[in-house]
Design a binder for this molecule. Sequence first.
Ligand code: TZD
Ligand code: CA
Length: 526
Amino acid sequence: MSSVRRVSHEFLKRQGLTTVFGNPGSNELPFLADLPEGFRYVLGLHEGAVVGMADGYAQATGRPVLVNLHAASGSGNAMGALTNAVASRTPLVVVAGQQVRPAVGPEANLANVDAPALMKPLVGWAAEPACAEDVPRALAQAVFEAGLQRRPTYLSVPYDDWAVEVDDNCLAVLDRRVERASVPDGEQGRRLAERVAAAERPALVLGGDIDSAGLFDCAVRLAERLGGPVWAAPSLFRLPFPNRHPLFRGVLPAGIAPICAALEGHDLVLVLGAPVFRYHEYLPGRYLPEGTRLIQVTEDASAAARAPMGEALVADPRAVIELLLEQLGTLTAPTGPYRPVPEPPTAEGPLLHPEEVFAALRDEMPEDTAYVVESTSTNSSWWRQMDLRRPGSYYFPAAGGLGFGLPGAVGVALAQPDRPVVGVIGDGSANYGITALWTAAQHRVPLTIVLLRNGTYGALRWFGDLLGVPDAPGMDIPGLDFTRIAEGYGVSARQVGDAEELRAVLAERPDKPRLVQVDTALTTPS
Ligand code: TZD
Ligand code: CA
């Protein structure tokens, strides 16, 4: 005989979910009892930061990750952060504590009434097992569903379940293995290859899933074979292609009319690993130019089903890229040299232009640095200066929910201890996930946070002009000093004054986290 807890811990260990990101409450303590050797508990001080860190960690490892949260209040705090994990298709397995079974109905304090319903709009699967004996199986389902659907899942477990003895049937779950294969059949593959080969002016649009799936380099081979231009899909959260590659045209603007304009002149648009499309600003128009056909290849069945136009093939983009390379041949046309970087503009007075900051990062940080970016008004400055040629170089909050950047950077750094990691964080964004600084300090994560302080919600000022609302209140955020905030959380911090000082600081390689605050001029996102 064994207990629900022992079988569950053993299952998690066998599946490799041994790093637990959490913030505990009384309901969660019985799950955390007797964690076996090899488990690592990463404490976050707020659930938004817990999920942001887990999201960064799961994206950087490419594997499901366990998150342990408190019942309704803790899970509720995590919801905003989960919106990003849904959009980046991050397989987070959230296990939350519940009051003991007899106390849920009477709504004792800390009971999560109808726990799965709280999370359902966001998670791909949510449950509270009908009896204690079903907990290990349900936990396995939560892990497998997260991996298969590439979407967070949620399991609520009454805390009196963990000590319950289970019979041998429960042990069967320990040996389970669940995999997916999704290769197009011969006919589908031939048809697709014919369509692509017949296109006179094909264009590629690549989504964040291409980088998540480890297809960054494959995408380069395909693009060089096709010879046509490459865009990154709008609302980009991972960079799928080297941004200074001669075929790269940038990130598609996130509006209907501008996308239509950008794709003008192409008879075929092949979208790989992205929804069609994740628009943001509502700029109505034709979806596609006259005479342009669109084919979307994605593993995300919902993204295929909900697209407003085009054809879709629900399949593994890796299989499709390999199939196209095989059927089209691998001869590549010469593409020319990588595009050079421009000289950054300088700002007036004591402020740095964001491009000066990014040029410093580009020059002083190693080529394989992973950047987690959450600075919204500096988007175009960023792409003008950066030269990212490696997979896993860029992360951005996938649903635009602030509070991912700082925790996400901590999670990426925990996942890849040998890779330099920089968080590029706005003075507005930093506040939504600020407590992750404490976790970084406690784990001595060698992470650099470059804090861009322009004293305002810059992107919202720009949006205000776009929407004809130039006078909205609540746009400015004066009086924040992140060097003092960081020190309070145990992270050493400094203010830098000019580009030269910034470059000198970035050239150092500290073995623990640090925050570098830079006062920057206001720019616009595009
Ligand atoms: N709250 C959350 C959780 N997510 C959001 N996206 C917003 C509010 C709204 N918001 C944006 O979409 S951008 C932005 C806000 C408040 C300003 C971010 O300010 P920042 O960056 O200082 O980080 P910039 O470069 O000054 O825009
Ligand atoms: Ca700002």
